[in-house]
Ligand binder design. Structure first.
Ligand code: ADP
Ligand code: MG
Length: 290
C-alpha cells in the first residue's frame, strides 16, 4: 500500500510535478495570475514574471493555460524550453505550434517548404492579423524558462510585438524566467518599455507556508480533523525551505514518508529535527535552523 493511503490520502499530497490542481493561490501567485489575465484580455502585449528556481513559475503557467483554455477566444502556445540555435528555428517552431499554413499566408513561398526568415515573419504576421483582427481571437505565447532565450530570439520577439493595430498588439507574450532574465532584457534596447506588466515571485512567509501545506493536504483527500503537521514543525519547514514552494513540498513529502516508517500520525518538531539532522550529518545542509 502506498505511504499516502496509509495516512488517509486519496492521492499523493506533495508530488513535485507542476499540477495546477495542487496550486495554492498565495498573495504573489494570485497577483501575478490576475494581472496577467487582465493584460491578456486587454491585449496589452508583454508580461514578465520573474522568480528563483522553485518559486512556482511553471505551475503558475499551467494554471494560466488552464484558465485560458476554459475560454474559447484564446489561441495558446506554450514553449517549455526555449533553446533555439537561430531565428529560423525559433520562428519555424512558432509557426508549427500555432499550426500556421505558410503557403497560405506567405506571398513568396515556393510551396517546397524552403522558407527564409522573412517568409516566416510575413506568414506569422498575416496569421496573427487573421486570427486577432478578423476572427477576434487572442493569440498568446507563453514561454517558460525564458532566461534561456538568446539575445537574438528576444530581439525577434520584440519585432513580433511590434505587429499591432491602433488598438492592440497582435501577439500576447508571457515570459516566465529566473532572475537573470531581467539582466538579459535590460540589454535589448526598447524591450523594457514594451513590458506592460512585470512581477517578481518571492518565497512564502510562515503563514502562507502553513496555508499551502494545509491546502495540498485537503486537495489530496485528507479528511481527518486532526492536525497532520504541528505548528512547530511547520515553523521548521519554513526555516529549512526558506519559504520556497518546491523545497516546502520536498520536505513535507519526506516528513510524511518518515511518519509512516515510524508508525506515527503527526509530524512534530522532533521528527523534523531528526530529518534536518540527517541532512546536516550527510553534508546536504550546513546549519540547523534555530
Ligand atoms: N502556490 C503553490 N501552491 C502549491 N504548490 C506549489 C505552489 N508553487 C509551487 N508549488 C510546488 O512547488 C514545486 C515547484 O514549482 P515550479 O512551478 O516547478 O517552480 P519553478 O518553475 O519556479 O521552478 C512544484 O511541485 C509545485 O507544485
Ligand atoms: Mg520551472
Amino acid at each position: 500500500m502506498s505511504y499516502y493511503r496509509i495516512l488517509g490520502f486519496d492521492t499523493e499530497p506533495f508530488s513535485t510535478s507542476p499540477d495546477p490542481e495542487f496550486f495554492y493561490l498565495t498573495r504573489d501567485h494570485e497577483a501575478a495570475l490576475t494581472n496577467v489575465l487582465i493584460e491578456l484580455r486587454l491585449r496589452r502585449g508583454l508580461s514578465v514574471i520573474l522568480g528563483d528556481v522553485g518559486t512556482g513559475k511553471t505551475t503558475l503557467s499551467r494554471k494560466l493555460i488552464r484558465c485560458l483554455k476554459e475560454r474559447g477566444d484564446f489561441i495558446v502556445n506554450f514553449v517549455l524550453d526555449p533553446c533555439f540555435e537561430n531565428e529560423h528555428l525559433f520562428l519555424s517552431s512558432l509557426i508549427r505550434n500555432f499550426e500556421v499554413n505558410v503557403d497560405q499566408y506567405c506571398s513568396s513561398s515556393d510551396g517546397l517548404g524552403k522558407t527564409t526568415v522573412l517568409d516566416l515573419k510575413e506568414a506569422l504576421e498575416k496569421f496573427l492579423y487573421q486570427k486577432c483582427i478578423i476572427e477576434n481571437r487572442t493569440v498568446t505565447l507563453i514561454v517558460d524558462e525564458a532566461q534561456k532565450l538568446t539575445e537574438s530570439t528576444i530581439e525577434m520577439l520584440r519585432v513580433i510585438l511590434n505587429y499591432e493595430t491602433n488598438e492592440n498588439k497582435l501577439l500576447q507574450l508571457v515570459l516566465l524566467g529566473q532572475l537573470e532574465l531581467h539582466s538579459k532584457i535590460m540589454k535589448i534596447p526598447n524591450f523594457l518599455d514594451r513590458i506592460s506588466f512585470k512581477y517578481v515571485l518571492n518565497p512564502l512567509g510562515v503563514s502562507e507556508t502553513r496555508d499551502m501545506i494545509n491546502f495540498r493536504i485537503k486537495k489530496a483527500g485528507y479528511k481527518s480533523n486532526a492536525y497532520l503537521f504541528l505548528d512547530d514543525a511547520i515553523q521548521l519547514i519554513h526555516k529549512v525551505s526558506k519559504g520556497y514552494p518546491r523545497k516546502i513540498t520536498l520536505w513535507c513529502h519526506r516528513a510524511l514518508k518518515a511518519l509512516v516508517m515510524r508508525r506515527k500520525w503527526v509530524v512534530d518538531e522532533g521528527l523534523m529535527r531528526d530529518l534536518i539532522n540527517e541532512d546536516v550529518q550527510e553534508g546536504w545542509l550546513t546549519q540547523i535552523p534555530h
